[in-house]
Ligand binder design. Structure first.
Ligand code: G3H
Length: 233
């Protein structure tokens, strides 16, 4: 049976990670998430307490980001940030891989960095399972590197691999999503994010193997409209 725009809401992280996002913007994001029943809202760490309070009696989860958007903070910082956002109510963590270490072929370090975040979710003092997604920023990787990054994330215990931050030189591409799915198999999720503005593009990502969509155009997607967004791609 063909998926309809409204049915896609439960697979969408309704996102506002803009550096200039205001309290009013986040309240609006949370209202929309309730109305359309998105999987989660994805907000910067400073807004986790607010989003968590606004959504406490709803099915919408709170996703936030760690080491965002460059992935270049230290492992200790990422681990602290993870515990801190969970204390504030985050239920899903989208962390950025250490891209500099990856490009230096320091794969043990990359894996330890991810594992530290996974471990931090288990020592944050909450009993519920916290989802960890690893953003590998595909626009900076060739196919071999995409597959390698996905293998490392899976070995480190990540729940999802995610294409993009939305702040790199390009966003989600179908062929990358397809390679990511092929690499991680069915036990690990694949989140496509960055530049997904229409229902058709979101559908193409699901067809390529994604099972979660990150987008700042969630309302346009589930209402079948087009949002031009504010990005070059
Ligand atoms: O993590 C999600 C991305 O920031 C969303 O990117 P977007 O603003 O291009 O939809």
């Amino acid at each position: 049976m063909a998926i309809k725009p409204r049915d896609m809401a439960k697979m969408i992280d309704h996102t506002n990670l803009k550096p200039t996002a205001t309290v009013e913007d986040i309240k609006k994001l949370c209202d929309e998430a309730r109305e359309y029943e998105f999987a989660s809202v994805c907000v910067n760490p400073i807004f986790v307490p607010l989003a968590s309070k606004l959504l406490e009696d709803s099915s919408v989860k709170v996703t936030t980001v760690v080491g965002f958007p460059l992935g270049s903070t230290t492992t200790e910082t990422k681990a602290f940030e993870t515990r801190n956002v969970i204390k504030n109510g985050a239920q899903e963590i989208d962390m950025v891989m250490n891209l500099g270490a990856f490009k230096s072929e320091a794969y043990d370090l990359v894996k330890a960095d991810i594992k530290a975040v996974v471990d931090a979710t288990k020592t944050a003092g909450v009993t519920s399972d916290i989802i960890v997604k690893v953003i590998i920023e595909t626009c900076y990787l060739d196919n071999e590197e995409i597959a390698k990054a996905c293998e490392i994330a899976k070995e480190a215990g990540a729940d999802f691999v995610k294409t993009s931050t939305g702040f790199g030189s390009d966003g989600a591409r179908e062929d990358d999503v397809s390679l990511m799915r092929k690499t991680v198999g069915r036990e690990v999720g694949v989140k496509a994010a960055g530049g997904i503005r229409t229902f058709d593009k979101a559908l193409a990502m699901l067809d390529a193997g994604a099972n979660r969509i990150g987008t700042s155009s969630g309302v346009a997607i589930v209402t079948g409209e087009t949002d031009d967004g504010d990005k070059e791609y």
